[in-house]
Design a protein around this ligand. Structure first.
Ligand code: GTP
Ligand code: ZN
Length: 354
């Protein structure tokens, strides 16, 4: 093999992959060495020739199956595809090279179709799963919004938990919408508004829904249309019931909270992107319910806690923790009654827990 060729075949390091479009050059190995053009080719020509033999179409990874098998949505069809040889090398070293939600380029002339490129991600949804707090797992990528679902009663609304789920979405750089479900169980709407209006005031989209009566479901439908969403929130708040109301054909299992077994009703570990019939996708992943925040997140919470994002830059100290510092915009807002004491206490309790 000539020096020039060796250079071309030098493997890329995984760290570079994120923003690089890769081509599978392995086919070159199969060509006899005495072929004339082989010595003359430039990397550009090689890429061009190789690409010409393919038919690349854009697709989206819906599910990661075993043995480098992926369910891909492309051209309104579902393909079962594999990884190109080169991408397999990367996948061997780093599991997170491919994630549900990744946009890819698929060569449909190959049998089975092959993923040739993985496009850069706009964001990733990462969580610490189980008791493994060493390294976060990527649940999915390129998700537009998290629907933070709480119920008014059964289980009782816990704004402290809503805060946590909102912080997790902000850390992932994903928009959040708040849904308060089971409002059919609410006899005092004034009290309901009083409990959660803060989130609306600080800029969140807030919906009241009932999977039982259908209240608010059309509004939610409009917000989900043509976007990729994931529902997060405590067990039993009615996520599956709302989803079934939106897309009855999914027929997700729902259960009385008291009937849950230890693991909850979902025992599957499958993460899957499901196309909505009305456009956009629903990400179904058991990992989304995890609410573990790591110590590293602690330094970011003062800037991302619900309602603090616009105040934190006004604090005198860049790294203000909004507790003991002078000239703190959050403490001033608290004094002026712009931040309810309950939310501030939730912030302090979250910070102390990390
Ligand atoms: N009254 C009332 N009950 C509801 C509503 N939505 C769901 N439920 C009931 O609440 C229970 C739990 O609902 P699920 O949809 O299974 O809750 P979930 O959030 O998907 O639960 P996990 O999958 O464990 O996270 C079921 O018994 C539902 O029938 C609602 O709007 N009003
Ligand atoms: Zn401050």
């Amino acid at each position: 093999m000539k020096t020039k060729d060796k250079k071309i075949l030098k493997p890329h390091r995984p760290a570079r992959l994120k923003n690089t479009r890769l081509l599978d050059l392995e086919v070159l190995d199969e060509l006899p060495d005495n072929i004339k053009f082989k010595a003359k080719r430039t990397p550009e020509k090689v890429a061009e020739n190789y690409k010409k033999s393919m038919q690349l179409i854009s697709g989206r990874i819906l599910e990661i199956k075993s043995n480098y098998q992926y369910a891909i949505e492309a051209d309104k069809k579902i393909y079962t595809a594999t990884l190109s040889g080169r991408l397999k090398q990367f996948a061997f070293h780093s599991k997170s090279i491919v994630a549900v939600g990744d946009y890819v380029e698929l060569d449909i002339t190959a049998e089975p179709p092959r993923i040739e490129n993985i496009l850069p991600r706009k964001n990733t949804l990462t969580r610490y799963l189980g008791s493994n707090y060493q390294r976060p797992t990527i649940l999915a990528s390129n998700i537009d919004q998290v629907i933070v679902t709480s119920s008014w009663r059964k289980p009782m609304i816990k704004p402290g938990l809503i805060d946590r789920y909102l912080c997790l979405a902000a850390l992932d750089n994903i928009d959040a919408i708040i849904v308060i479900n089971k409002v059919d169980l609410c006899e005092d709407r004034g009290k309901l508004e009083e409990t959660v209006s803060y989130y609306k005031t600080v800029g969140y989209t807030l919906l009241y829904t009932s999977a039982l009566t259908g209240e608010g479901v059309d509004e939610l439908h409009e917000l989900l249309k043509n976007r990729d969403s994931v529902f997060s929130g405590q067990s039993g708040t009615g996520k599956s019931s709302i989803i079934n109301r939106l897309e009855p054909s999914l027929n997700l299992p729902t259960a009385e909270v008291s009937n849950y077994n230890e693991k909850g009703k979902h025992t599957t570990t499958r993460t899957i992107l499901i196309p909505w019939s009305f456009g956009g996708h629903l990400l179904d992943t058991p990992g989304i319910k995890t609410i573990h925040l790591d110590k590293e997140a602690k330094s970011q919470i003062p800037r991302i806690f619900p309602g603090f994002a616009s105040l934190a830059p006004l604090c005198y100290f860049n790294d203000c923790t909004h507790t003991h510092e002078e000239h703190c915009a959050v403490l001033s807002a608290l004094e002026e009654g712009k931040i309810p004491t309950s939310r501030y206490l939730s912030y302090v309790s979250l910070m102390n827990s990390l």
